[in-house]
Design a protein around this ligand. Structure first.
Ligand code: F6P
Length: 560
């Protein structure tokens, strides 16, 4: 990326927004919401989606100033560089081309001068063929039985995205129908409890294990893969691995070394970041095994629709751009460090955990892309629960405690509508009543005067007062099909990129995850030598020594 050593906080556009904060502090959403023209300008529609950001603490002027900031940050140019395959992930010297994973067959997207779309489709075609063989029963296990259950082993980006999409599709009528008689499970945690839960009730004879790891070196994934290899070979013999284990990786040499037939490996490329890999074989293979390729193809098409919008729509009408700019406004100017992701859909219960990685691993950085300390903080703390569960959990804090900008995500048509005769509304209408009410409760609050009029006793008035003026945005999806799930994913992926582009950081590396892994290696060595040779603890501080000592003395882990 053509980067400059100047911080984005230097240009006038940043200073202008800093000054503007004082104007906004004088406003209340209660008043801003009375301006119909303002509200109308803060509605955006694209491909069936409706975004309403009128409950952000922003005026039309704020949005103009944010667009100026985008220009100062050369946002449009940075987006183009991403789509053009430039090595914008400069610390790893890589292109960032997850958009190529869902591009139409005839698209041309180049990395290092080469069109990568044909390679993408070679792998997609291979997945289609393989998943059809498994699903039809023409590929059978070592004892001749069809493989109806799949355990996908992987962690981080090799887990969270596929889990989110799987969870979202589970009750979609079309996906549900095509998954009949099949199970898809995910093994991520190195905790042996996760292994036990995954294999519980499954028969190795009818199980296919998909090992998903970009690097094929991740400690958790490799130990879990060896554990399930043992589970299979103990029951069916060593030769069963060829029929019961396949892999998804960029490191095909290590896949072969592990003992998986390279013909049963599904490649992806170093220009796909782990947390941006759900549209590669990482997600497409397990999801196609469960739902069939045609359903997954719809998911890719939904993501691609947003990619095209993101690439070609002017910034003032560009949904991921506007969302990203508003997040920058909330974090860097209004000083709100967190963001709540509140899908009003049980099917989206794994959306927030996925976005936690996409957002926090991407934008939780301490230096600029040039390696200079940042004069401001980046990233936000993402968390969330589906509505209405969240209401009965942490909404107290977001209504009367801390100010946390909220993303309300609603679905017009339920995947599984229920209407009970005699009820006031259908079950989905009941859910959606909350989707429509909560943003106003946050924005308007409730004043002591209103409470007095309701004859609330004086001593309770302070407790029942809601200050309001708490920002949120609402995103309404027409339904939750595979296509819409793809749209939602791409909106958030690009929003995170926009934030990083504006902050001037590298949103595509993740050096911050390394140190803990290195320290765990020292501990692993120590545990091994203490357990097998009784070696005394060495090289740890007082605290870790005490904890390790207690662990070694009181645990009864098997000795090697
Ligand atoms: O958590 C660090 C990380 O490198 C993530 O970025 C990645 O998604 C995850 O580990 C898993 O990596 P791999 O797919 O190489 O096993």
């Amino acid at each position: 990326m053509a980067s400059s050593t100047a911080s984005i906080s230097d240009p006038e556009a940043w200073k202008d927004l800093k000054g503007h904060v004082e104007d906004i502090k004088k406003t209340h959403l209660r008043d801003l919401m009375t301006d119909a023209n303002r509200c109308q300008s803060m509605m955006m529609e694209f491909d069936g989606l409706l975004l309403d950001y009128s409950r952000q603490r922003a005026t039309v002027e704020t949005v103009d100033k944010l667009l100026n900031l985008a220009k100062a940050a050369q946002l449009t140019e940075k987006i183009s560089r991403m789509f053009n395959g430039e090595h914008i992930n400069s610390t790893e010297n890589r292109s960032v081309l997850h958009v190529a994973l869902r591009a139409p067959k005839d698209a041309v997207i180049k990395a290092d001068g080469k069109n990568v779309v044909p390679e993408v489709w070679n792998v997609l075609d291979k997945i289609k063929e393989f998943s059809e063989k498994i699903r039809s029963g023409s590929w059978v296990g070592a004892t001749g039985k069809p493989l109806k259950d799949v355990i996908a082993i992987g962690i981080g980006g090799s887990f969270l995205g596929p889990l989110f999409v799987h969870t979202a599709l589970q009750t979609d009528p079309e996906a549900l129908e095509s998954a009949k008689g099949r199970q898809l499970r995910f093994l991520a945690n190195i905790d042996p409890v996760d292994v036990a839960r995954n294999i519980n009730g499954l028969n190795p004879e009818t199980t296919l294990v998909v090992v998903v790891s970009k690097t094929f070196t991740t400690a958790e994934t490799m130990l879990n893969a060896r554990t399930l290899r043992e589970w299979i070979t103990a029951a069916l013999g060593a030769s069963a691995v060829a029929k019961h284990m396949v892999a998804v990786s960029t490191n095909l040499a290590l896949v072969e070394k592990f003992g998986i037939d390279p013909n049963n490996a599904f490649a992806f490329w170093d220009w796909v970041g782990g947390r941006y890999s759900v549209c590669s074989a990482v997600g497409v293979l397990p999801l196609s095994l469960q739902y069939g390729f045609s359903v997954v193809e719809k998911f890719l098409k939904g993501a691609s629709s947003i990619d095209q919008h993101f690439q070609s729509t002017p910034i003032e009408k560009n949904i991921p751009v506007l969302l990203g700019l508003l997040s920058v406004w909330n974090v860097s100017f209004l000083g709100y460090p967190a963001r709540a992701i509140l899908p009003h859909s049980q099917a989206l219960e794994k959306f927030a955990p996925h976005i936690q990685q996409v957002s926090m691993e991407s934008n939780g950085k301490g230096v600029s892309i040039d390696g200079l300390p940042l004069p401001f903080e980046t990233g936000e703390i993402d968390f969330g629960e589906p509505g209405t569960n969240g209401q009965h959990s942490f909404y107290q804090l977001i209504h009367q405690g801390r100010v946390i900008p909220c993303d309300f995500i609603g679905i017009v048509k339920s995947q599984q509508p229920v209407y009970l005769k005699g009820e006031v509304v259908s079950n989905h209408d009941e859910l959606m009543s909350n989707f429509f009410a909560q943003p106003d409760a946050l924005a308007y609050g409730k004043t002591p005067e209103q409470l007095q009029k309701e004859n609330v006793s004086e001593n309770l008035i302070p407790h029942k007062t809601f200050s309001g003026n708490r920002p949120s945005l609402s995103l309404l999806l027409p339904e939750l099909t595979a296509y819409n799930v793809g749209q939602l994913l791409a909106i958030y992926e690009h929003r995170v990129a926009v934030q990083g582009f504006v902050w001037g950081i590298n949103s595509f590396d993740q050096w911050g995850v390394e140190l803990g892994k290195v320290l765990a290696t020292h501990v692993r060595k120590q545990l091994h030598s203490s357990r097998t040779q009784g070696t005394t603890l060495e090289g740890f501080n007082y605290s870790t020594t005490t904890l390790l000592k207690r662990y070694l003395e009181t645990s009864s882990e098997p000795q090697m």
